[in-house]
Design a protein around this ligand. Structure first.
Ligand SMILES: C[S@@+](CC[C@H](N)C(=O)[O-])C[C@H]1O[C@@H](n2cnc3c(N)ncnc32)[C@H](O)[C@@H]1O
Length: 244
């Protein structure tokens, strides 16, 4: 899968794209990145990419022409990318959206800055994506969030593709507690069941822990998850005992 990152700050991506999962994804041939510097697409002498807002107001707005020309350069790539504008007003990113985007052969992602982009940019993208209900100072951080979350679902990126399928949200629940050596740390012991070697019991314990944790920390998720009769029973007992 290819990512075309469209930004005013290409250097921002140097280290993250050369580190851990994203580096390995490229080495394995599962990921490719192109970074487009918006300034290269400004046509005036001073390569201006922002200007004051019409109608007045604080801050600067990113100009439409350099962004659209950069997007067109990316869109000329083969395969043509699905074009995304990062924006706090966009479709919220979650696991389902990340999985859906991972099925695209290429994504072009526009990172805004300042007060955002000229409204007319919106006509040149396929959708807007938000990484959460807060405002970042620039879209580069948001672009990395999208790249990371999506890449995990691209076959061949994670050493063990099963990892992405067994994490918080992947089954609609938060993940169960994880432990590694030592078996005891300052009096806190690893639950016996995890040392038992009985995979069936461990699986059941993990699922119950995931249910317990989700009930306590994100009860809203339980409204959308499919549960077996035994699991619904477990939840009822949990709630009746007041032991969430
Ligand atoms: C300071 S923000 C502009 C916010 C804009 N004035 C507003 O109120 O919607 C600058 C850029 O950061 C990016 N950004 C900020 N918060 C974001 C979020 N929650 N999700 C995705 N992108 C975000 C966008 O690309 C945006 O154009």
């Amino acid at each position: 899968m290819r990512f075309d990152l469209i930004t005013l700050f290409p250097d921002f991506f140097v280290s993250p794209l050369q580190t851990t999962m994203l580096r390995k994804g490229q080495e394995r041939g599962a990921l490719a990145f192109r970074v487009f510097d918006i300034r290269d697409y400004a046509t005036d002498k001073h390569r201006v990419t922002d200007d004051t807002p019409y109608g007045g107001g604080a801050g600067m707005v990113m100009k439409v022409e350099p962004i659209v020309t950069a997007l067109e350069a990316a869109a000329a790539g083969d395969p043509p990318p699905h074009r995304i504008l990062l924006c706090p007003q966009g479709r919220p990113l979650d696991t389902a959206v990340a999985r859906e985007l991972a099925r695209r052969p290429a994504l072009a992602i526009v990172a805004g800055r300042y007060e955002g982009v000229d409204e007319r940019v919106r006509a040149y993208v396929d959708e807007e994506i938000s990484v959460g209900d807060y405002v970042l100072s620039g879209g580069e951080v948001a672009a990395l969030v999208v790249v990371d979350a999506v890449s995990r679902f691209v076959p061949g990126v994670l050493g063990n593709d099963a990892s992405a399928l067994d994490e918080s949200f992947s089954h609609g629940l938060l993940e169960y507690p994880q432990y590694t050596r030592p078996a005891e740390f300052r009096g806190a012991a690893v639950p016996d069941v995890l040392l038992s070697g009985n995979h069936q019991t461990i699986e059941r314990w993990r699922r119950e822990q995931a249910l317990r944790r989700t009930t306590r920390q994100r009860p809203d998720l339980l409204e959308r998850v499919e549960l077996s009769e035994a699991e619904r029973d477990f939840l009822r007992r949990l709630r009746n005992d007041g032991d969430e």
